[in-house]
Design a protein around this ligand. Structure first.
Ligand SMILES: C[S@@+](CC[C@H](N)C(=O)[O-])C[C@H]1O[C@@H](n2cnc3c(N)ncnc32)[C@H](O)[C@@H]1O
Length: 272
């Protein structure tokens, strides 16, 4: 059984992982706020001089267009551009239906229960599945202990447990709903299922750490793996490489499914 460790304050790199999404969120908020201000300051003289009623549908559409333009000019990712384009117009449409605010609150709570990782660490929920388990299992030494950091609903661990009964498998997640579904699915298996933040979970007991996260935490997670895992252990990332350790990666690509695994060996001191 692996103990949860409370390392107190996360190490510096891990703090940086928290910082990055916060800064990104502030940038998007600033962008949207600037668009609202610009749209209102153009609309106010327009309607004032004409002495007509405000056309809020037009104002919200213009706000969306300005926000989209700002997002494009500042080269935000395409999905942010889309969010900026649609945010105010959808808000306006939503207000036309007189829907009780409780529905919005309920929808927000549900999304938070499922996508907590996206809100707090820029790590959304998407799943590996059986194909990744198939590619992964020949790489694993007999009897090794593997941890899936951010294990979702155990969609990697369950097929892996069937393919390799010799492995000691564990997963950790901090999004309430996926964790609960994972707990239900793993409760009668030999998979260790932990609730909590993987930044506070020691990687020392594992010979293999697997992750399928996002580009955001990779640098800090690799640093944590190097600090805690024993030399010779494997750090495997599905889809997202570690920028700092590009040359160290062994890359396994499956052309058929598009799956790409990045394999890193933990080095001992003085090893290059
Ligand atoms: C892309 S999913 C991968 C799920 C699973 N590993 C798989 O391959 O099918 C990433 C998961 O990481 C979880 N996660 C994000 N940040 C986390 C954190 N700090 N601690 C624990 N889990 C986290 C999310 O809740 C999400 O379920």
């Amino acid at each position: 059984m692996v103990e949860e460790v409370d390392e107190g304050k996360p190490p510096r790199e891990d703090n940086q992982a928290d910082e990055q999404p916060r800064r990104l969120l502030i940038r998007q908020l600033a962008l949207q706020t600037a668009a609202v201000f610009l749209a209102l300051s153009l609309a106010w003289p327009f309607y004032f001089l004409r002495a007509t009623e405000w056309n809020w549908a037009a104002v919200s559409a213009a706000t969306g267009a300005i926000a989209f333009l700002f997002a494009r000019l500042s080269r935000q990712q395409w999905w942010w551009q889309l969010i900026h384009l649609l945010f105010v117009p959808l808000l306006w449409i939503g207000l036309q239906f007189n829907i009780s605010p409780l529905w919005y609150l309920g929808a927000f709570m549900l999304l938070l229960l499922i996508f907590r990782g996206a809100a707090t660490g820029q790590i959304p929920l998407y799943l590996s599945g059986e194909n990744a388990a198939k590619r992964l299992h020949p790489l694993l030494a007999e009897g090794s202990a593997l941890l899936d950091v951010g294990a979702g609903i155990a969609s990697l661990l369950l097929p892996l447990a069937k393919m390799r009964p010799d492995l000691s498998l564990a997963g950790i997640d901090n999004a309430p709903l996926p964790w609960f579904v994972g707990w239900l699915r793993t409760r009668n298996t030999r998979i260790g299922w932990f609730w909590g933040d993987f930044w506070k979970h020691s990687l020392a007991p594992y010979q293999v750490v697997y992750c399928f996260l996002s580009p955001a935490p990779m640098r800090a997670l690799w640093a944590k793996a190097c600090r805690e895992m024993t030399p010779g252990s494997l750090f495997i990332s599905n889809a997202f490489p570690v920028d700092d350790a590009t040359e160290e990666a062994e890359i396994m690509e499956d052309a058929e499914s598009g799956l790409v695994l990045y394999l890193y060996k933990i080095r001992g001191e003085g090893e290059s």
